[in-house]
Design a binder for this molecule. Structure first.
Ligand SMILES: Nc1ncnc2c1ncn2[C@@H]1O[C@H](COP(=O)(O)OP(=O)(O)OP(=O)(O)O)[C@@H](O)[C@H]1O
Length: 266
């Protein structure tokens, strides 16, 4: 089977018009597909309205019990069910899932090493058998950033890591492409210039861009996940603007392609 894993960033989810535009393109996206989302911006806003203030370390959310309650309500409830309803309206048979549903993603609470992230989960296992069944039955899984430890504990897990883990697990038996959609036109040389897209990044270019601080914050785990996915057999990884996903699927250059092999950009 050919499978596309598409991760949608919080900046797109947060704007209803942008989300609608993305979902109508996504609905037409060819072949078997899985949508992965978090929703950090909305979770922070809802948390604040309930008096649960966000606390971030290196772009990652510290998840105490109250924060876990908020992210579960927002990711697995509000955002997930809204996306599923919108896809159903587009005649796509979407099914919303957190990691506990059908034991689709099992994780383990991150051990404390210097920083205590609280109820944050590192992925251990993906139930590819169930995903195969769903995709074969023409269902479209919409997977959010809440996983579980199979002992009754829900855990907050990075959505980029979920997309990457789904892709690498499914790549053992299928041809898998991974797309990270966010609110910028790709990985940029100058973040303020949407035309400064870096069309292709390999390990050497990545190391240099990190040294020069061109790549920082949320882009670092995204690229780490991208390289790990390629190393573990994923066919193709793309990072770009949500609106350009359709062009990317048609092989038209409109974002950043991540590649393992050496390639001289300059
Ligand atoms: N060179 C770069 N080009 C583009 N964005 C960059 C670059 N370096 C760092 N970034 C940052 O990376 C961020 C994207 O990663 P981030 O994981 O925060 O976004 P996201 O996919 O929308 O996340 P989430 O799912 O958590 O909402 C951008 O908002 C940008 O600030």
């Amino acid at each position: 089977m050919k499978i596309s894993i598409i991760k949608i960033g919080g900046n797109v989810i947060d704007f209803p018009e942008k989300l609608d535009e993305f979902l109508s393109l996504f609905a037409k996206f060819p072949g078997h597909k899985i949508l992965v989302h978090g929703g950090g911006i909305m979770a922070s806003r809802f948390g604040e309205s309930l008096g649960v203030m966000p606390e971030m370390v290196d772009g990652r959310r510290i998840t105490d019990q109250e924060t876990l309650d908020v992210v579960t309500m927002v990711y697995a409830g509000l955002i997930n069910k809204n996306i599923v309803a919108k896809l159903q309206a587009l005649k796509v048979n979407a099914i919303g899932m957190c990691g506990a549903d059908g034991n689709i993603i099992r994780s383990i609470k991150r051990p404390v090493k210097g920083i205590d992230y609280g109820f944050v989960g590192d992925i251990q296992e993906v139930n590819t058998k169930l995903i195969d069944h769903l995709l074969s039955g023409d269902l479209l899984p919409v997977v959010n950033a809440i996983t579980h430890d199979a002992k009754g504990q829900l855990l907050n897990t990075n959505a980029d890591s979920i997309a990457s883990a789904l892709a690498t697990s499914l790549a053992k038996e299928h041809q898998v492409n991974l797309y990270f959609c966010f609110n910028k036109s790709g990985v940029l040389i100058d973040e303020k210039n949407e035309n400064s897209i870096i069309p292709l990044i390999n390990e050497d270019i990545y190391a240099e861009l990190r040294r020069e601080n061109v790549i920082h914050s949320g882009m670092i785990p995204k690229l780490d996940n991208a390289f790990e996915a390629l190393e573990k057999g994923v066919n193709h990884v793309w990072i770009g603007k949500a609106e350009n996903l359709y062009l990317a699927a048609k092989g038209k250059l409109s974002g950043t392609t991540i590649e393992r092999s050496r390639y001289d950009l300059y």
